[in-house]
Write a protein that binds this ligand. Structure first.
Ligand SMILES: NC(=O)c1ccc[n+]([C@@H]2O[C@H](COP(=O)([O-])OP(=O)(O)OC[C@H]3O[C@@H](n4cnc5c(N)ncnc54)[C@H](O)[C@@H]3O)[C@@H](O)[C@H]2O)c1
Ligand SMILES: [Zn+2]
Length: 254
């Protein structure tokens, strides 16, 4: 939160001054500090005021994570796992091996994994700085995740918890739409569980309706259709996928 606010001030003060990010949360280190998006919320909605402003340096000190509340740490892991699913099957397999060590806070493993995540985000953003195409893959699990955060009222779910459920649901949709193998869907669900994150929703009809409604007002919508990022296999995704509403309803009920 501090990084976004400071970054936004740096982007606008004197029409922009150089700045450095020194994130102290796992989510900050692997996601929000890299890529140049800086913004603040308005009462009317999340991130309605913002800019693109690249930091001169991102300094991730893994020692800072030692005091981070466990729940916040696990929440950051949801973004870490995301990079494996969208871009790097080897990273995903490594996370399956090393999840216990990560949860224990092993500095060497943490540093390597965080560095790889930053590398992936930087590579994706370098190819598409202003989100006209490829950058959309970073939103894997976020259509449902954002809807869940909005409908539950901000504060119930941490972002990582909401997108953990969102990614498991997106994996289920991927199986139905792109033929993602059942074994891979299971591996995805298992890894989020290993990280201690929620993966189930079991939404009744009223909640399902609210979630679909919330997805339609989210910004990833074109001509009234929600666009999903879906996986063909672990490590490779496709953006701009349309999914029938009945199918969305179905996966939300599980
Ligand atoms: N700009 C982007 O590209 C981007 C991407 C993702 C998220 N975000 C934004 O990031 C924000 C969420 O960031 P976050 O998850 O880092 O949460 P946060 O900044 O809200 O921090 C979570 C909590 O941890 C505490 N904390 C932070 N570092 C600590 C440490 N080392 N030890 C102990 N406590 C510590 C904070 O005081 C706070 O209570 C949201 O505002 C979201 O919109 C931006
Ligand atoms: Zn996110």
């Amino acid at each position: 939160m501090v990084g976004d606010l400071a970054g936004f001030v740096a982007a606008t003060y004197l029409r922009g001054i150089p700045f450095v990010q020194a994130p102290t949360t796992l989510l900050g280190q692997v996601d929000s500090s890299v890529g140049g998006k800086v913004g603040v919320n308005l009462k009317a909605g999340k991130n309605l005021v913002g800019a693109f402003h690249q930091p001169k340096l991102v300094l991730c000190d893994v020692d800072a994570l030692r005091t981070l509340p466990r729940r916040e740490f696990r929440s950051g892991l949801a973004e870490v796992i995301k990079y494996g699913i969208i871009y790097d099957g080897e990273l995903f397999a490594r996370l399956e091996q090393d999840m216990e060590a990560l949860l224990r806070g092993e500095p060497k493993i943490l540093a390597e994994v965080i560095a790889r995540c930053c590398e992936i985000k930087a590579e994706v953003v370098a190819q598409d700085e202003t989100e006209s195409g490829l950058r959309a893959i970073l939103n894997f699990g976020h259509s449902i995740g954002h809807a869940l955060e909005a409908v539950a009222g901000y504060g119930k779910y941490l972002h990582g918890e909401a997108i953990s459920i969102g990614q498991v649901k997106a994996a289920d949709l991927s199986a139905r739409v792109l033929g993602l193998a059942a074994g891979e869907v299971q591996r995805i669900q298992r890894l989020f569980e290993q990280a201690g994150l929620p993966t189930q929703l079991k939404a009744g009809l009223p909640l399902r309706k609210k979630l679909v409604q919330a997805m339609k007002v989210d910004k990833k919508v074109s001509r009234g259709e929600v666009k999903f990022v879906l996986a063909q296999k672990i490590g490779q995704v496709q953006f701009g996928c349309t999914v029938p509403e009945t199918m969305i309803q179905e996966v939300l009920s599980i």
